[in-house]
Design a binder for this molecule. Sequence first.
Ligand code: GMT
Length: 384
Amino acid sequence: MKIGITCYPTYGGSGVVATELGIELAARGHQVHFITSSQPFRLTGRETNIHFHEVSASTYPLFEYPPYDLALATRMAEVADFYSLDLLHVHYAIPHSVSALLASQMIEAHSIVERRRRLPFITTLHGTDITLVGLDPSYLPITRFGIERSHGVTAISSHLRDRTREAFGIDSEIEVIRNFVNCDLYAPRPQVVSEMRPRFAEPGEHLFVHLSNFRPVKRVLDVVEVFARVAKTLPARLMLIGDGPDRSAAEHLALQHGIQDRIHFLGKQDNVHDLLPLADLMLMPSQMESFGLAALEAMACGVPAIATRVGGVPELIDHGTNGMLFKIGDVAAMAEAAIALLNDPVRLQKMSQAARRTAQENFCTTRIIPLYEAYYQRVLDRNQ
Ligand code: GMT
């Protein structure tokens, strides 16, 4: 198939999923075209079967805001026409589904190559496009419209499907295709651990990791609070991977607790698969996660997560088996659980193995990518 993929190419989870999906589809012989504002950060530009088409919204003194959505729709239609794309797959409803709708209508009306051809598009819902931004009254009607007019809609968890139905009153089909991880790349890697862990923790110290875009929804301050409590009791260090609005506040809180020298602020990192396996535990105390891709990536590396019981996280983490779930903001309970686990290496080891097993059995690319391929085919068949 020839597939056009659009996503936010920077550091959000939806961009990661879209890019990894494109890479996996290309490896299976599909022709993948990324139509995005910049090259998605996990692409090297050297992958076979992958093309990148940059969208640039030109400015004009009259425009207070450059009309990116229109530039995107135009580029989608151009690429679809030039390369005879079979379908578009957009990640994150706002504004991508609406741009895709326009592109699809443009192709139907004015395809240069072939008169009146169909260009179906699929929208994958990721989370804040539904639970936060999409609920803003200035976006809700157009988000609903973009979703309703999509030829196919997928959600990354059952929770997100149900929330979409409730919040937008949508009763058409929403296919649940959960997030996935490459279990060969994201794996416990003893060699890497023995080489790299000493950079982040002394022998005998425990190592925590948190990975996010440091937006308020991630509650990075809770990460610091949990870690501060643990560090009072046990020798421990924390790797904070990522960057975003709450980074300064996290640094300030670390200073207040006097634990700044125990925390590695690593900023944005490309090769998180080299860093995650180094840790003993992940902290993901989010206010909301429609899925929790960061926890899945850690679990595939054999690192269980201490997380919150929100959104789609319980579809991934089974409390006490492959990780632990707590109420939002209950930093004392999270710290207590982390200390108990670290003091019980046999239990921690069992949990680590269960975490890896969950990733392998339910969320590996080998299992999930064929679901996307089958869904594409279904959408194509009913839109010939
Ligand atoms: O919040 C983020 O990390 C970014 C956001 C996005 O859409 O880029 O993430 C959402 O999509 C991820 C990938 O599908 C999910 O794993 C996250 O749970 C989800 N975030 C929220 O629902 C807050």
